[in-house]
Design a protein around this ligand. Structure first.
Ligand code: ZN
Ligand code: ZN
Length: 139
């Protein structure tokens, strides 16, 4: 769906700020924090201050356009487009690189667990840590 339509669909006004932020999120393939979003916006000649970006992200996460992502090794809040598919990531503890894992290794596990416990399970978190090839070389 086009960015403008995503906003319209959720009843949000189409602003340069919002479309700019969504374009950034669409381009990067990993969750980004507010500072990185600001950098990317600046590259595209869009000047927005951090609190404005943050507020726009909050608005858009309330209506389910973007999703907040927390990692337990990091105090920052990251954002990504909410595409209704969830991902797991490999984290490099040194350079903080994130690599998305294609499939969810817990999908079947969660299904079976729900059956076994009669719980209505709605989600899970899984973070995998380590050192990326580049950082291993530097050691
Ligand atoms: Zn690394
Ligand atoms: Zn999963």
């Amino acid at each position: 769906m086009e960015i403008k339509n995503i906003l319209k669909d959720k009843g949000l006004k189409i602003t340069k700020k919002r479309t700019g932020i969504l374009k950034v999120l669409e381009k990067v393939e990993h969750p980004v924090d507010v500072l990185e979003i600001k950098d990317k916006l600046n590259e595209n000649d869009i000047e927005i201050n951090l609190s404005t970006i943050y507020r726009a992200l909050e608005n858009m996460s309330e209506v389910g356009i973007v999703k907040k992502v927390n990692f337990s090794d990091d105090a920052r809040i990251f954002f990504e487009l909410d595409k209704n598919v969830h991902h797991h990531y490999l984290h490099c503890l040194k350079c903080k690189a994130l690599v998305m894992i294609d499939s969810c290794p817990l999908k079947d596990y969660q299904k079976n667990l729900a059956k076994k416990t009669n719980y209505n399970l709605v989600g899970h978190n899984l973070d995998i840590y380590g050192y990326c090839p580049k950082c291993q070389e530097k050691k």
